[in-house]
Write a protein of this length. Structure first.
Length: 737
């Protein structure tokens, strides 16, 4: 703690202090600082002091109780004075000062939490009744150890990001500025002492208008002295007459001497203010005049003497009002903030550039990879086939074969050009395609997108039906979904792409919002990343909605996917669990005009039913209800449970045999696997069928299920469920869906 005291002999009222010594007995009866000083008036003065200087203030009594506080830093109010240990540090520092300071002096000290504070005492006569504090700052010549504050955040369990944000907003002041500020506060403390004593001994006199006006003038003079030391200009404006008074620093900020802009009026300010800023300035001033706002606060541009425009922070307040209630005198400050504004503008420009770069990152990587790896090879293929076509007559069978090669290479080149034009609007060209072929062709480029630390698993469905869609749109959908999956994975992980044929009937679609009946080809993209919460799931397809940090995501990826799928008469289903992963399933309608429709599996056969007892465990109420109805319609006896604990309780109390456990995999109380292992200990013959919104491959990668277990993924039809249950109960060995 460093003593920076100054002599108090010329900073206080000697006559008042001497007179006060003869009335100590009367003051000894006063136990609370609040009964001596007009706290409401003092609070108003200190509020203005804070608004004009930015310095926080506080007045504490001798017991450390806060009587007045204005503008305290977030790092103190939200952290240091909340935690018991750091709050104790604050109290110890406060009480230490009460014992080591004298009237007419001040001390600056660094508290145990690392911030500088400055204090001067309040005396009434010879009685030390409290202290005026200001501070919560760093000196601009301090070497601040940021690691110390990071360690404090960790030691005391503070939110590190919020704590360090508060740390970075701690102001800095030069030692000269603090000297000026404290000279004011030392004099101000002496003034309070005199006024407080006068309140007890000469109360008609305290309210005398002449003293009040003199005190106001004295405060204005001292405040102007402080503001000059802190590089802030001041102005006073008679709103009724237009007379305006500027100090020398106000003029210097815009490059003039005070003599160069005298005589002054409101027109002086108007001629320097940027025309585009006048309307808003007038509006804010009117709010003060209407008493809708206490302070005028506006950032505007002003013309410098050299012709440039600088940014100025203007602050002001109406000080006096006419008898008719109109504003009379207004005073305020004028501060150059050009450097800060330019830094903000530069940061905004850089952020905009970064956002645009990140927005195009995926497209650029994809297009660049395609162009680099394929364009040269395609040129060789096209060139040689063209030559061979010239060498052979059209009637030669070889000519036809080379012509097919040429067509395939041309289509590949067209695809490359489409990929390079992803960022532009373009007319789509739907074609009948095999999704497996498209994904296979994209796999190398997808691996470039997701990086080497993420495993790509590709599981194509057999006998896939054709779909009619622009191949470049499929590529765009895959790129967006794989990039999102990559971003959801911290460190290493796995992305799975799967395809399959699915059929939805009317009954199923009635119970599942957004589904449509018919034959569809499904393509699923799954990850084992951080997952998506239910609230976010409701908004993920909205344009510009994103959960990524500012500048990282555009919020257009999934909305683009949604638009493409809808454009091709398909739909999307999303399944996710927080901290487990996410699966996006896209269903595109089967093309029936260009190829013969295949027979539907089991469609013409008898419905597979049973009479066994099934313990159904599902933590989603709607899913539990729907699956129960499905099973009961198939003839099964269903014991429904909304979670593993309830399921275990049911199994213990049910007196008859339970033939099968049908359970969700990811549940809050325990996993489906853990539940099955528990039940198998008492009934090793019970059959188990797992269900989940994740694909079997993703579930296996989580370590929740071993590969090859009996598994059915959501959403499933009644026919799918009936078939799978009979496979398990009848010991039919089959691969998972």
């Amino acid at each position: 703690m460093k003593d920076s005291s100054v002599s108090g002999h010329d900073l206080s009222s000697g006559e008042m202090m001497t007179s006060a010594e003869t009335h100590i007995d009367a003051l000894e009866e006063t136990d609370r600082l609040g009964s001596i000083i007009n706290i409401e008036a003092l609070q108003s003065i200190m509020d203005d002091f804070y608004q004009l200087t930015g310095m926080v203030t506080a007045i504490l009594d001798m017991n450390g109780k806060v009587i007045e506080a204005t503008g305290w830093q977030d790092i103190c109010t939200k952290f240091h004075r909340i935690h018991p240990k750091t709050a104790q540090n604050c109290t110890e520092s406060d009480l230490y000062l009460a014992k080591h300071i004298k009237p007419g002096e001040y001390i600056d000290y660094q508290c145990k939490n690392g911030l500088w504070d400055v204090v001067t005492p309040l005396y009434i006569g010879k009685r030390h009744v409290g202290n005026i504090y200001t501070g919560q700052f760093f000196y601009d010549d301090d070497v601040v150890d940021e690691k110390r504050f990071i360690q404090q955040a960790e030691r005391y369990g503070f939110d590190k990001d919020a704590y360090m944000d508060a740390f970075h907003r701690i102001p800095r002041y030069s030692r000269d500025e603090i000297v000026h500020l404290m000279q004011f506060l030392v004099k101000f403390a002496s003034y309070i002492s005199a006024v407080s004593y006068a309140k007890k001994t000469l109360e008609q006199e305290i309210h005398d208008r002449k003293q009040a006006e003199a005190a106001l003038e004295d405060q204005k003079r001292r405040l102007d002295y402080i503001l000059q030391g802190t590089n802030v200009g001041t102005w006073e404006w008679n709103v009724q007459t237009g007379e305006t008074i500027f100090n020398a620093r106000w003029a210097a900020i815009i490059g003039y001497s005070l003599e160069e802009i005298s005589p002054t009026s409101i027109d002086t300010w108007l001629q320097f203010c940027h025309p585009d800023d006048l309307t808003e300035s007038t509006r804010l001033l009117q709010l003060c005049f209407d008493r809708a706002s206490e302070y005028y606060h506006y950032e505007c541009r002003m013309r410098h003497k050299d012709g440039s425009w600088i940014w100025v922070l203007d602050r002001g307040k109406v000080a006096t009002w006419t008898k008719e209630g109109k504003p009379e005198w207004m005073f305020g400050t004028h501060q150059d903030i050009t450097k800060r504004k330019r830094a903000e503008e530069e940061r905004e420009n850089l952020q905009a550039q970064l956002t645009q770069a990140q927005k195009m990152e995926s497209v650029g990587r994809l297009a660049g990879g395609v162009a680099h790896d394929f364009n040269n090879m395609l040129s060789v293929i096209l060139g040689n086939t063209e030559m061979m076509l010239d060498d052979f007559d059209a009637s030669n069978p070889v000519h036809k074969q080379f012509n097919e090669i040429h067509k395939a290479a041309t289509r590949s080149a067209d695809l490359t050009r489409q990929l390079l034009a992803f960022a532009r609007k373009q007319t789509i060209a739907p074609k009948v395609i095999d999704l497996n072929e498209i994904v296979e062709g994209m796999s190398k480029m997808i691996m470039r997108l997701i990086g080497e630390n993420i495993l790509l698993s590709w599981t194509p469905g057999a006998g896939l039906w054709p779909v009619k869609v622009d191949p470049s749109q499929v590529d765009q959908v895959l790129a967006n979904l794989c990039v999102n999956a990559r971003d959801a994975i911290n460190g290493t992980g796995k992305i799975t792409i799967e395809t399959n044929n699915v059929v939805f009937d009317e009954e199923y679609c009635r119970d599942h919002k957004g589904f449509m009946p018919g034959d569809f080809v499904m393509i699923a993209v799954s990850d084992n990343g951080i997952g998506i919460d239910k609230e976010t799931l409701d908004n993920i397809f909205e344009p510009f909605f994103t959960t990524k940090d500012f500048g990282v995501g555009t919020g257009l990826g999934l909305s683009t996917v949604y638009g493409i799928v809808k454009q091709n008469s398909g739909f999307i289903n999303v399944y996710s669990e927080v901290n487990q992963g996410t699966t996006f399933r896209i269903y595109l309608p089967r093309d029936v005009q260009n190829k013969v429709r295949a027979q539907r599996k089991e469609k013409n056969g008898a419905t597979l039913t049973g009479s066994e007892t099934i313990l159904l465990v599902e933590d989603e109420t709607a899913m539990l209800k729907m699956t129960t109805i499905m099973l009961e319609r198939l003839g099964y006896t269903v014991l429904g449970a909304s979670g593993p604990i309830e399921a275990f309780r049911i199994s213990q109390s049910f007196s008859e045999r339970i033939d099968m456990l049908l359970t969700d995999v990811v549940m809050p109380e325990m996993s489906g696997r853990e539940l099955a292992e528990t039940l198998l200990q008492t009934d090793p013959d019970i059959k188990c069928l797992y269900m989940s919104g994740y694909t079997a491959n993703v579930i296996a990668s989580h370590g929740i299920l071993d590969e090859g277990v009996q598994f059915i993924h959501k959403p499933f039809t009644k026919q799918d469920l009936a078939t799978k249950i009979r496979e398990v109960l009848d010991h039919v060995q089959s691969t998972t869906q």
